[in-house]
Design a binder for this molecule. Structure first.
Ligand SMILES: [Zn+2]
Ligand SMILES: [Zn+2]
Length: 261
């Protein structure tokens, strides 16, 4: 039998919160146990919830003023609560401005060794991985399309006729596992561009340009389902290789794996 997961949350609230804000916040927090419904059963799935103000006289609270102890039947249920449950997500969004600092620990009673739980890929995210598998990431894409770049740098770095990308806000890319090496070069703008790649297998994960500091350029062909994504646009079209223009047509009569079609 697998034991339940206890989700322990400590909050330090902002000092300028009004009583009205506090009351509304605690009322909606308390309501989560009843309102958060399991996607399959449609029934409440939070097994228990305890909350209260810190009353410890010891000097170890690190400024945390309130504690919340929530119990879930499984990691899957907790993952759903954290990443997808619309009721909890709406609550979190409303609570965000009230909270100055927080501390979160999840435990399984009696389990004292072993790895952390794997961060789930959110419903609005796509998972990516490098060739060797050491680096894993998640990215939010507004639409699942490649933007082809025909610039000379992409040809040199990738060894192909073009690269497949999408530009996303920096915070929409999360590196979940592994470490990235960096290669810095001067972009067309004259400013630095950093290429982040797996130090083991050299797969390019993303680029960051000083010319657009809040965005990153992710390599979309390394994403799960990347081969099924369509090409939705292109940049530096003047660099497009002649035979790329009509690739499907020009290959009609060509050889496949050295043999006639
Ligand atoms: Zn790798
Ligand atoms: Zn390029």
């Amino acid at each position: 039998m697998t034991s339940t997961i206890t989700h322990i949350v400590l909050f330090k609230y902002r000092p300028d919160i009004t009583w009205h804000d506090f009351e509304a916040h605690f009322a909606s927090f308390t309501g989560l146990q009843r309102k958060c419904l399991h996607p399959r059963t449609g029934k409440p799935y939070m097994l228990s919830m305890r909350m209260g103000k810190n009353r410890s006289w010891e000097p170890f609270s690190k400024g945390m003023t309130h504690g919340f102890v929530l119990e879930f039947a499984s990691q899957d249920d907790l993952d759903y609560y954290l990443t997808e449950d619309p009721v909890h997500l709406a609550f979190s969004q409303a609570a965000g401005p009230l909270i100055e600092d927080s501390l979160v620990v999840d435990i399984r009673d009696g389990i004292l060794f072993g790895p952390k739980a794997e961060r789930p890929i959110g419903a609005d995210e796509t998972k990516g991985s490098c060739h060797c598998g050491r680096v894993v990431w998640a990215v939010k894409l507004e639409n699942k399309e490649h933007v082809l770049c025909h610039c000379d740098t992409c040809k040199k770095l990738g060894g192909g006729p073009y690269s497949c990308n999408q530009i996303v806000p920096k915070e929409d890319l999360k590196i979940l596992e592994g470490e990235l090496n960096t290669y810095t070069y001067k972009g067309a703008s004259g400013k630095d561009v950093r290429c982040f790649y797996c130090g083991n297998c050299t797969s390019h994960v993303y680029h960051h340009q000083d010319a657009m500091p809040d965005k990153v350029i992710v390599r979309t062909l390394l994403l799960d389902g990347g081969s099924d994504m369509t090409a939705g646009g292109e940049i530096f079209p003047e660099g497009r290789l002649k035979w790329v223009r009509d690739l499907a047509d020009s290959l009609q009569d060509g050889l496949v794996n050295g043999e006639k079609r």
